[in-house]
Design a protein around this ligand. Structure first.
Ligand SMILES: [Zn+2]
Length: 379
């Protein structure tokens, strides 16, 4: 995988670039819709194509448990299985093991857990999760890391850091030895909790590995915004400029704009699709909730500036009606629009960086999405 930086915003660290993967070129900054089990919830893969997404994220933990790595290998990998010919990034499954599974025990060699589906026992090691990602055939694979909750003591953060670094080293060696490194890229994940010296040490040790890119992990897990931002800033200041930087699990418009301004290139998040299923929709003027009574006779689109099929076709009144009536189509249309908003946001970000107006774009969304400003409408 190759990564090229094109334009950099002089006032901030924002940049545009291209990731060249085995399944095509991806313009960055990029937002990846989350297709946890090989499908974006409430959308068809045809919708994803139509919306123009060049890369999606799938979850190793879920796919490993069902349908299983062997089934995916027999099907020819996830691209072929789901008939998606653009890029796929897979996480290592670590985050889901820590958050979803039962009786998760961290050992030197990996993480033991019980499946949240049937209670069966499994041990994720750095090599096993890479083998699973090989079966999936993802273009970008993530190393196994240990995620800690917030708050965590310094000793807990230190323990997680040691395992994260040791597992990244083992993953890196295994990848260099046994993988087609040109076809399947490998990203390391920086940890360290909210301890500045641990974040710094983790990055310094991970920089010894020649991985394809770096993810910023263990943030946005409940820590105060100031700490999140301080850790983001610190991490980005230490990562090499010529490699892609991926902020895991962050997806609100303002947080994306902030992270882009610090030099982040890649994002994924379930939030745009999750809130859509609850009736919350993004617009250029802020968030709205389609359930509210004031849309009962509103013949206008969700967002007049949005070129998507839903905004070109349906009124707010109709979308409110079918949502309240419990129609499945309401979830589909809402999700479709929110992902269209995300795609357009990323396109506008890239154009503004290239055109020298990124700061102005950031201020535009800060006004629309300020707490208490615009129409937050509730989730
Ligand atoms: Zn729309």
């Amino acid at each position: 995988m190759e990564f090229k930086v094109h334009a950099t915003d002089t006032a901030t660290g924002a940049r545009t670039g291209t990731l060249s993967t085995a399944h095509g070129e991806i313009a960055t900054p990029v937002f990846m819709p989350v297709a946890t089990r090989g499908a974006v919830r409430a959308l068809t893969n045809r919708d994803i194509d139509e919306l123009g997404f060049d890369m999606i994220l799938a979850n190793t933990y879920h796919l490993y448990l069902r349908p299983g790595a062997d089934a995916l290998a027999r099907a020819g990998g996830l691209h072929r299985f789901m008939r998606f010919d653009r890029a796929i990034l897979t996480d290592s499954g670590g985050f889901q093991v820590f958050s979803l599974s039962n009786l998760c025990t961290v050992r030197e060699e990996g993480v033991e857990f019980r499946s949240h589906i049937d209670g069966s026992r499994h041990l994720f090691t750095p090599r096993l999760v890479l083998d699973a990602q090989r079966a999936i055939g993802s273009d970008i694979m993530m190393v196994l890391d240990e995620c800690i909750h917030y708050p965590a003591t310094e000793a807990q953060a230190r323990g997680a850091l040691e395992k994260t670094v040791a597992w990244a080293r083992d993953s890196h060696g295994y990848w260099r030895e046994r993988f087609d490194t040109g076809r399947q890229a490998l990203f390391a994940i920086t940890q360290g909790g909210v301890y500045e010296h641990l974040r710094r040490e983790c990055i310094e040790r991970l920089l010894e590995l020649d991985v394809s890119g770096y993810a910023i992990g263990g943030l946005s897990v409940g820590e105060p915004k100031e700490l999140y931002r301080a850790m983001t800033e610190l991490t980005l200041g230490l990562l090499p400029a010529h490699k892609p930087r991926y902020m895991m699990g962050v997806g609100s418009p303002l947080e994306i704009l902030y992270a882009v301004s610090r030099g982040v290139d890649m994002f994924d998040c379930v939030m745009p699709t999750r809130i859509a299923r609850n009736g919350t929709l993004y617009t250029d003027a802020g968030r709205i909730n389609i359930k509210t009574a004031r849309f009962a006779d509103d013949d206008g689109p969700i967002d007049a500036g949005c070129p998507c099929y839903v905004c070109r076709t349906f009124s707010r009144a109709y979308l409110r009606h079918i949502f309240r009536a419990g129609e499945i189509a309401a979830l589909i249309y809402n999700t479709y629009h929110n992902l269209s908003f995300m795609k357009r946001l990323m396109d506008r970000i890239a154009a503004s960086i290239a055109g020298g107006s990124f700061g102005a774009l950031m201020r535009e969304y800060e006004r629309a999405y300020a707490p208490g400003g615009g129409d937050t409408g509730g989730d």
